[in-house]
Design a binder for this molecule. Structure first.
Ligand code: SF4
Ligand code: SF4
Length: 557
């Protein structure tokens, strides 16, 4: 955590009183700790985006192209014509304020421009000025204002402070989706080369090597081999896995974060163990891929075009390998893209089969068109049909709560499946308060959805509502583990917990599954996947030690 990040007792001093000055009169104040670095021009060039250059958000001069206002106006016009939803969202807000206090960034910062209604007004004010008769005639009285450099800077600062989580849209009586407005605003900023590096570079890496981290295929495989060794240490079973295997039954794609960063790595070990178990018991052949090595779609944070391109890579790989359908790992925004955009962007994926579990015969109806099944659905179906042998007591050292990751929850309605799985692999599960879970879930606050390091103050402030709910169940029930089904969550929540509720750790769902899964041929396990003692076993060890000691003493006598 950056040294200059305020301490929790400082950050909690939030002023939610409305400002006396009209919002349009308050100039933007771009502060360190609250924004992500500007994009590296090499990555912008790699993506084929215009106006790649070095620039610094703290500089007065952002080195804009001369005709930048015209570029924004034309880009705005094009998107209003192309996306009917955008035009509707620009027109229908009645400024009722129902969404105003629903954004975690507003709750955590008190900055009125983080109210969803005001975030959208940043664009709407220019829309009124440029595209509506009343705005042109009445100007500010009608909430209109011309595009200026200051307005542009305000757009950049606040549109990249939105994590596109869509909590606000749940409360809007008109269903206005502020995340969609954010996406449009970012597309317009792209036209001027105003991106952030935590988007541009991962997407460029994805174009080049297939994953956000830019990991080469052999390094991806090396990591899986390391996991195999680690699993063997814990279970005594050497798991077997398929990679880039043509003709496998199913292609498995998960975020690269699970393969390369703790605690996601334990989730990846969980997947390996589950697939090994299914192969041994039921002959199911699931393959990983070094080409489809990224489930996450940072294109979602960039533009519709990049989102579409990254999504298509997964389907191209499924076609190349000739699998029946795709199984998707514990990822966040991948699922929003799959569930809400895939069909119109790249679908329908008719070259794949409608997904049916070869083990239980269950038809995954909701994946009928996109042919991609969420692993929480897949595993809960296996458990429901009694296909997994499980020892829940191996997770007895954990008191677990569940964070609904925004995109699988609000983007596709995955509420019950992860809870069903947790309840069948753990004995101690506690829900956070109802207004902070399921469709009301609070975002992890990972700073524009990207988990950068330079905007820690924003992340800690934005994550406060989620952390506060975790603190509640920690204090009430002794919860010490926060489970989630998103790789960004698994990366973003540990520092958030360390900052606000340091007694609570973070896990993926399939780490818990793997702890409980009784593998064919395994020895009695002494530890979980993290090397923590399994409750009861350490007592046995002490007793063994004591009795050994006692008998030695007796022998001496
Ligand atoms: S961060 Fe979420 S709640 Fe806040 S404005 Fe964006 S989509 Fe709405
Ligand atoms: S709830 Fe909907 S209509 Fe009301 S202010 Fe927010 S976006 Fe506008």
């Amino acid at each position: 955590m950056a040294d200059e990040t305020p301490k929790p007792e400082e950050l909690i001093q939030i002023d939610h009183r409305p400002p006396k000055t009209d919002w349009m009169e308050v100039p933007v104040n771009i502060r360190k700790g609250m924004y992500c670095y500007a994009s590296n021009p090499k990555s912008v060039e790699y993506l084929g985006l215009p106006h790649a250059r070095e620039w610094n958000p703290l500089d007065e001069d952002w080195k804009l192209p001369e005709n930048w206002q015209e570029i924004i106006h034309e880009g705005f016009k094009e998107r209003l014509e192309k996306f009917r939803s955008f035009k509707v969202f620009m027109d229908i807000c009645v400024r009722c304020g129902a969404c105003a206090d629903k954004c975690h960034y507003f709750i955590g910062t008190g900055d009125p421009k983080n109210m969803p209604v005001l975030r959208a007004e940043l664009l709407r004010s220019v829309y009124r000025n440029d595209f509506t008769r009343m705005g042109k005639i009445l100007g500010k009285v009608n909430g209109a204002r011309p595009m200026t450099v200051d307005v542009l800077k305000e757009w950049w600062y606040y549109l990249f402070q939105c994590s596109e989580c869509r909590r606000c849209s749940v409360f809007c009586p008109y269903g206005i989706d502020t995340a969609e407005i954010t996406i449009m605003g970012r597309e317009l900023l792209n036209l001027l080369g105003l991106n952030i590096d935590w988007i541009a570079t991962p997407v460029a890496n994805c174009y080049r090597t297939g994953n956000h981290l830019g990991i080469q295929p052999h390094a991806f495989k090396d990591m899986l081999d390391f996991f195999v060794e680690d699993i063997e240490e814990v279970t005594s079973v050497q798991v077997d896995y398929s990679i880039n295997k043509k003709g496998a039954d199913i292609l498995f794609i998960t975020p690269s974060g699970d393969v390369f960063a703790d605690p996601g790595t334990y989730t990846a070990m969980g997947y390996l163990m589950l697939f090994h178990y299914l192969k041994e018991k039921y002959g199911l052949d699931v393959t990983w891929s070094t080409y489809g090595s990224e489930g996450g779609n940072f294109g979602f944070f960039t533009s519709h075009e990049t989102m579409k391109r990254l999504n298509s890579k997964m389907y191209a790989e499924a076609k190349r390998l000739g699998v029946k359908w795709i199984l998707g790992g514990e990822c966040g925004h991948m699922w929003r893209v799959i569930n809400q955009y895939m069909d119109t962007m790249n679908g329908p994926a008719d070259f794949l089969e409608e997904p049916v579990s070869p083990i239980t015969g269950t038809k995954f109806e909701n994946a009928k068109s996109n042919k991609m099944v969420h692993i929480a659905e897949f595993t809960s179906d296996l458990i429901m049909h009694g296909k997994l042998e499980l020892d829940l007591s191996r997770n007895d050292h954990l008191k677990v709560t569940f964070h609904d990751s925004c995109n699988p929850a609000r983007g596709m309605g995955i509420f019950e499946e992860p809870r069903y799985v947790i309840n069948n692999v753990c004995n101690n599960f506690y829900e956070m308060p109802a207004n902070t879970i399921r469709e009301n879930t609070f975002c992890c606050g990972s700073g524009a959805g990207l988990n950068a390091g330079e905007d820690m103050e924003l992340r800690m402030a934005g994550g406060l509502p989620r952390a506060n709910a975790v603190k509640y169940v920690h204090e009430k029930y002794g919860v010490n583990m926060l489970a989630c089904i998103c790789a960004i969550d698994r990366a973003a929540l540990p520092p958030l917990m360390e900052y606000w509720v340091p007694e609570v750790d973070v896990t993926g769902l399939h780490e818990l599954v793997a702890n409980a899964l009784i593998m064919p041929g395994e020895n009695e396990r002494a530890t979980d996947l993290r090397g923590e003692d399994i409750p009861g076993r350490e007592v046995e060890k002490v007793q063994e030690g004591e009795s050994e000691g006692e008998s030695e003493e007796q022998a001496d006598e």
